[in-house]
Design a protein around this ligand. Structure first.
Ligand code: ZN
Length: 326
């Protein structure tokens, strides 16, 4: 293999024998939804995801992407391209730099889409998720606690949120990549089994890790929820983990669950015994769309719903809680 200016610094597995970048492999392993999620909030709409365009000002989401095809397009400004193109436009870096950053970021497909991996790979990821979950410990005294305290939600954190040193990816031979500190949230299916995890990678100061997406899921997350309380007849369902933790402090005694983000809000499978769900969303257009879709989905299953949005000009519930708390 020849090293050249384009491929210098790129992991060998992304360089073809002729010295060119294996963009196909890179794009197959990097999720365009994860790349876009750094710039805009996405909502699942059928087979695609939709959000406000990061490249032009708009109030109605006209930016679409297809995570399994790895492409994006905007009906407003006609911006379009693939994962590498999106990353280079968002970060304002050239093509080789974008490839290196995406490869070096160790970003792996986001399993919320669950589209590309075959059954064996999915089963392996679920087993890994359960292993990482079992070996993770309490957040007390860790950077995960520092991170949560910086958002005013680090108090009496339930045991469904843990701390661990966990890989961002596994190699093709099954060996784990380097381990990094992360807050680990358990994803439970309708029967209460841990079938996946969501990792929020943190630096030494307890801030979200820079370079690559700080938030990665492993195993099954679609259809699951993070439970911050037991099954009750009435529960609250929030989008992000931080919003659920904030709502739990705002409504002591309430059972609050998180759907791990807007895209999964409408997919959460509810166990028996829940008959009313207050769906809690961000105070913006994509948040309202996600709440409406979730209420419709729950309604079809015969579950009564209500909705709640942040007050006081806050965009999300963590922001509202921090404002109340200050
Ligand atoms: Zn646009």
């Amino acid at each position: 293999m020849r090293a050249n200016a384009w491929t210098a610094g790129l992991p060998a597995r992304y360089v073809r024998p002729d010295g060119s970048i294996d963009t196909g492999k890179l794009k197959a392993e990097v999720s365009i939804a994860e790349v876009a999620a750094e710039a805009t909030d996405l909502v699942q709409v059928g087979t695609e995801m939709r959000g406000l365009c990061p490249f032009h000002d708009e109030n109605t989401a006209s930016f679409f992407l297809n995570d399994s095809k790895g492409v994006y397009f905007c009906h407003g400004c006609a911006a379009h391209g693939d994962t590498i193109d999106l990353f280079s436009r968002l970060r304002k870096v050239d093509f080789p730099e974008a490839c290196k950053a995406l490869a070096g970021a160790e970003t792996r497909p986001v399993t919320i889409a669950d589209g590309k991996a075959d059954a064996a790979a999915k089963a392996a990821n679920r087993a890994r998720a359960r292993d990482e979950w079992r070996t993770a410990g309490p957040v007390d005294g860790t950077v995960a606690e520092t991170y949560l305290l910086s958002r005013a939600i680090g108090y009496s954190v339930p045991s469904t949120i843990r701390f661990g040193r966990t890989p961002r990816y596994w190699n093709d031979d099954g060996s784990p990549g380097p381990r990094h500190s992360a807050m680990i949230a358990g994803a439970q299916d309708a029967d209460g089994r841990i079938v996946g995890i969501q990792r929020t990678y943190l630096d030494r100061e307890g801030r979200k890790m820079r370079g690559g997406s700080p938030r990665l899921s492993l195993g099954r997350v679609r259809g699951t929820a993070l439970r911050l309380g037991p099954v009750m007849p009435k529960i609250m369902l929030a989008s992000a983990v931080e919003d659920a933790l904030s709502l739990r402090l705002m409504f002591p005694g309430a059972t609050v669950w998180s759907a791990f983000g807007d895209a999964n809000l409408q997919h959460v499978e509810m166990p028996r015994g829940i008959w009313h769900v207050t769906v809690c969303g961000d105070a913006d257009e994509s948040g309202r769309a996600a709440v409406a879709a979730a209420r419709e989905a729950l309604g079809r299953k015969g579950i009564q719903t209500g909705e709640l949005f942040p007050h006081g000009g806050a965009k999300d519930f963590n922001e509202e809680w921090v404002l109340l708390h200050a």
